[in-house]
Design a protein around this ligand. Sequence first.
Ligand SMILES: *Cc1c(COP(=O)(O)O)cnc(C)c1O
Length: 404
Amino acid sequence: MTKPISLVPGREYLAIPGPSVIPDAVLQAMHRPSPNIYDGELIEMMPALTRDLKRVARTDHNVAIYISNGHGTWEAALSNVIAPGERVLAPASGMFTHGWAEMAEGIGAKVDLIDFGMSAPWDMGRIAEALRADNDHEIRAVLAVHVDTSTSIRNNIPALRALLDDLNHPALLMADCIASLGCDRFEMDAWGVDVTVTACQKGLMTPAGMGFVFFNDKAQAKRAEMPRVSQYWDWQTRVKPQLFYQYFNGTAPTHHLYGLRTALDFIHAEGIEQVWARHEHLAKAIWTACETWAEGGALELNVAERTHRSRAVTALRLKDGQGTRLRQFAETQLGLTLGIGLGMADWDGCFRLGHMGHVNGQMVMAMLGGVETAMAALNIPRGRGALEAAAAALAGCPARQTKA
Ligand SMILES: *Cc1c(COP(=O)(O)O)cnc(C)c1O
């Protein structure tokens, strides 16, 4: 009998939809002693940091920074504009919208949830119906998750804006871009988004621990009418701090700020349009491979149409609960960690590929190669030529001159 061999030693690859791969330069920027938080470099770097952060969200308005994860920004955003008893509308294309809606209930809001299930994008007709029925404009905000990471559905935020405008509905448009910022095209001001929430550990390539709430003047006007706002979540002092510690309502996330500075330098050196284009081309190669595998009848992409798919995460389903087994093989035999099937009824059959942030062509081919290998090991029926098709998709991408 041949001796068992492990193919894991080597650089492991965490291909889950957040936290994402952290560039070495970001880690290195964080590897330093604590800086002074009362004077000096850290304080001086804040104006450029907030400016460059706003450039990623494509807004000229305000950003408040929190020591929190994405869930924290959900509560932060709601706390500033939704008073107890006020109504919000939540069109749900996955688990994360349900999560945000529950949080709204937690702060005393009345939530109208429209559930589109786990494989369908928003149905604008049904959202229109809900808004039309709201003659007295009791709905104060629409909670819009751009990309729902559990399902990998990408919703159409400009279409939602157009709908609110057509109906002359004054509700705030609040977008969760946690899985899309720095991956999929998102333009806060041009798209008429009033409040945007995001976190640093996905497209922003920084270790988890910072959350961001962007808001415009319309949202600020609503904030000004609030009977009270929890002091910690209040965005007011955070955007107009008199003293450095007011940015964070206490000690700054010192090392995260250095990491984020480097991550933002990466994004702006590449150019945000290029970042989006890279994610799109890599996603197309991934979809091509998955669509080829799907011809074997065992694998299915959760989102049928390409136009509704995220370019940062892809949710897949295998027959007979094989998703978990495939993930386990990839992780324990190949050193490749894939995402779990989050929130799905048949979660054992589901798994997700993360392709957000610091990801390039060879990483995508390696990830796809890992999936192909795991499918081979588990004897999962699959269409042939998936890797070749993905390679052809990448090879066909128009080449841009970049330094090696
Ligand atoms: C990751 C994610 C969240 C949750 O963020 P945490 O940092 O885990 O709290 C919320 N919404 C979306 C769309 C996400 O992708």
